[in-house]
Ligand binder design. Structure first.
Ligand SMILES: CC(C)(COP(=O)(O)OP(=O)(O)OC[C@H]1O[C@@H](n2cnc3c(N)ncnc32)[C@H](O)[C@@H]1OP(=O)(O)O)[C@@H](O)C(=O)NCCC(=O)NCCS
Length: 178
């Protein structure tokens, strides 16, 4: 995404992630089953720094995506990522996903700050009509976070994800610009 500088929330700074900002903590997050249990990347082979950096380069080269690092504004520590992709200027919509890898930062309302800040950017700067997110139905924290950030549950697809030897529903969450 060209011309993007940063999004600031109360406690966080979101900036375009560059490959050199990925460090050992990023590798550790992707190896933590508690972090990845509801993410499709849990199915990937174990990711090393080279894999992660080439992923960042790939997304950064995509004109329809923006990958932002989530940084603690008080100490600049990288705590996770948020990605907007499938940006469609004709139909005026996009898809948002995030993870906070540093678990000591969970349950402090930070995901709500990220979602609200990025969604506002999508509406006010990108002028989109809607932002879509999706979650495994078992991912109660994620669903609660999106609902608290103004999203509504717009659909639920049954048995959508293979999950722990069974199947989990997929919850479609939408924020409308209205
Ligand atoms: C899901 C995630 C983004 C939430 O981030 P967070 O900063 O901890 O979220 P918040 O603090 O803004 O809110 C979490 C809410 O969920 C609640 N919650 C946490 N675990 C829960 C559970 N198992 N059941 C129900 N609610 C839960 C918290 O109590 C909190 O609610 P509250 O503010 O009313 O107390 C974070 O845990 C994460 O990155 N997880 C791993 C990756 C992931 O699942 N990403 C989302 C993919 S759709």
């Amino acid at each position: 995404m060209k011309h993007f500088s940063k999004i600031e929330t109360n406690r966080l700074t979101l900036t375009k992630l560059s490959p050199d900002q990925a460090g050992d903590s990023y590798v550790k997050w992707l190896q933590d089953p508690e972090v990845t249990q509801f993410l499709e990347l849990r199915r990937l082979k174990p990711q090393n720094l080279t894999d992660i950096r080439s992923y960042i380069n790939k997304v950064n080269a995509d004109e329809t995506a923006m990958l932002l690092g989530i940084f603690d504004s008080s100490n600049q520590i990288h705590i996770g990522n948020v990605k907007v992709d499938s940006i469609d200027y004709l139909n005026k919509r996009c898809v948002l996903g995030l993870f906070i890898g540093e678990k000591s930062y969970w349950s402090k309302g930070l995901a709500c700050e990220v979602i609200s800040g990025v969604t506002e950017y999508c509406f006010k700067v990108l002028k989109l009509n809607l932002v879509e997110a999706g979650a495994y139905a078992s991912n109660k924290a994620s669903i609660k976070t999106f609902l608290k950030s103004g999203y509504i549950e717009e659909a639920r697809y049954r048995n959508y994800w293979e999950f722990n030897g069974s199947y989990d529903d997929h919850v479609v969450l939408i924020a409308y610009n209205e």
